[in-house]
Write a protein that binds this ligand. Structure first.
Ligand code: NAD
Length: 489
């Protein structure tokens, strides 16, 4: 594939250093593209472009309706090029092309949602307690936004940041994950075609410790929005303190999925599997901690294992494939280490636990779907994010115990409750400390509802109305209609 470039101040450019990086297909380790490897210098050039574009005020003062229609154009272009984008995403991440097609529909939906919201906030009149005055509140763009995305849902995560930032009149510099930049590059081409002015949206490619760190610490960046791991999130928080940047952090999760004995058994089994093994468990909200009521525990685990044994692993482009590879050799090694830890900690390996034997999978970063039983909350495999196709199963006897187990985590991103007793479900949900809780469903999200974490799963929200508010500052404007001397001094 031809050399893709960075997009800075409306120009497609190489890295200033001339360095490049090869992008690898995780299914067979073939090289699929070579891209520029930017560093701090490229990041600074992009920040300067975004700063200049913001300070000249043209984008922020473009009528909100017009900004909205440009954001809507992006959605339409994504749908026009959906098949190309979906295939690119699957090549880059290994996920099935069917899943990538669904992602593209969701991504277009995010751009449409924020296009529609762009001109809906005309501010607010306050009932001023002072006679002869007008008191109003308006929302303005924050300024220059640094946006850093992970590799698991490269374009979806990018859309959650790009669409609200553009709709509200900010300028931005985006840094995608260095291992999955291809669909983000393509969408910057589409944003140019859609009419986003030069300098407003800039794209820098490169590593986290160079480009990402520069975005986090540069004083010309007003807001940093980051999606990724907790360790990186903490570094970004620290770096962002240099100019008290606004922070939006979407971090990891270790998400409990509680299965009561009165749940619809087949549906709960089916969705428990889907909630984890979709995209090989590389989902921040994956329901990897199954918490199952004692009376159905053995039957439930047996049903899971039977289904898992029939899983078809393979190329994301093969229609029969249900689970693709992990993203990289490094990530595969981490998942293997996590599984070894589980065995050492005394958990029982019910199925999986190794790489598959099939000769046709040996060049890819595959790992078998894995289930551990006899897990307890003092085990690190129950507390740490595996970010791979691994389920841990815990058991409970009472509703109180189930909720206590579910909350025993530093994370608070998402969780699920399966039961036919809706009153019981509501009692549990009220006590579960997570940003999203599903009742009799799992992993469902849409642009209209906010997404984000309690506890160490993050700060702030993406999607929904809250997702656009992250990109605005609130200004109170007070006008005295009858100024008079105070005559104090
Ligand atoms: P990561 O933290 O390693 O990297 C994420 C991004 O940060 C990449 O672009 C990387 O280059 C950059 N980065 C790395 N070091 C940096 C630094 N010092 N300064 C600035 N940027 C830096 O995460 P990952 O492995 O790409 O993604 C997996 C993680 O993302 C998981 O923990 C997952 O739970 C989380 N995630 C969360 C959500 C959510 O919505 N909460 C969504 C997707 C993924």
């Amino acid at each position: 594939m031809s050399l893709k470039k960075q997009y800075i101040n409306g120009e497609w450019v190489e890295a200033i250093s001339g360095n490049t990086r090869d992008i690898i297909n995780p299914f067979n380790q073939e090289m699929i593209a070579t891209v520029p490897e930017g560093d701090e210098l490229d990041a600074r050039a992009a920040i300067t472009a975004a700063r200049t574009a913001f300070d000249n005020g043209e984008w922020a003062s473009t009528p909100a309706t017009e900004r909205g229609s440009i954001v809507r154009n992006i959605a339409e272009l994504i749908i026009r090029d959906k098949e190309e984008l979906a295939r690119l995403e699957s090549l880059d991440t290994g996920k099935t092309v069917e899943e990538s097609r669904g992602d593209m529909d969701d991504i277009a939906g995010v751009f449409r949602y924020y296009a529609d919201l762009a001109d809906k906030d005309g501010g607010e009149l306050i009932a001023s307690p002072v006679p002869n005055s007008i008191s109003r509140v308006v929302r303005e763009p924050v300024g220059v936004c640094g946006q850093i995305t992970p590799w698991n849902y490269p374009l979806l995560q990018a859309s959650w940041k790009l669409a609200p930032a553009l709709a509200t009149g900010n300028t931005l510099v985006m840094k995608p994950s260095e291992i999955t930049p291809l669909t983000t590059i393509k969408v910057f081409e589409l944003m140019e075609e859609a009419g986003v002015p030069a300098g407003v949206a800039n794209l820098v490619l490169g590593a986290g410790h160079t480009v990402g760190a520069e975005l986090a610490e540069n004083v010309d960046v007003d807001l940093i929005s980051f999606t990724g791991g907790i360790v990186t999130g903490k570094k970004i928080m620290q770096a962002a303190s240099v100019n008290v940047k606004k922070l939006a952090l979407e971090l990891g999760g270790k998400n409990p999925n509680i299965i009561f004995a009165d749940a619809d058994f087949e549906t709960a089994v089916d969705q428990a599997l889907n909630g984890v093994f979709f995209h090989a468990g590389q989902i921040c909200s994956a329901g990897t901690r199954l918490i199952v009521e004692e009376s159905i525990h053995d039957e439930f685990v047996n049903a899971l294992v039977q289904r898992v044994n029939k899983f078809k692993l393979g190329s994301g482009f093969d229609e029969e494939t249900q689970m693709g590879p992990l993203i990289s050799a490094e990530h595969l090694a981490k998942v293997e280490e996590y599984v070894e830890t589980g065995i050492k900690e005394g958990a029982t390996l019910a199925v999986g636990g190794s790489r598959p034997n099939e000769p046709e999978l040996q060049n890819g970063f595959f790992f078998l779907p894995t289930i551990f039983t006899d897990c307890t909350t003092d085990m690190s495999i129950v507390q740490d994010e595996a970010f791979g196709p691994v389920i841990t199963v815990e058991r409970f006897r009472t509703e109180q115990e189930a909720v206590k187990l579910a909350n025993d985590s530093i994370y608070g991103l998402a969780g699920g409750v399966w039961t036919s007793d809706i009153v019981k479900a509501e009692r549990c949900v009220a006590k579960m400390r997570m940003g999203t809780v599903w009742i009799n469903d799992y992993n469902l999200y849409f642009p209209h509802a906010p997404w984000g974490g309690f506890k160490q799963s993050g700060i702030g929200r993406e999607l929904g109305r809250l997702g656009i508010e992250e990109y605005t500052e609130t200004k109170h404007i007070y006008q005295n209609l009858k100024p008079e001397p105070i005559k104090w001094f």
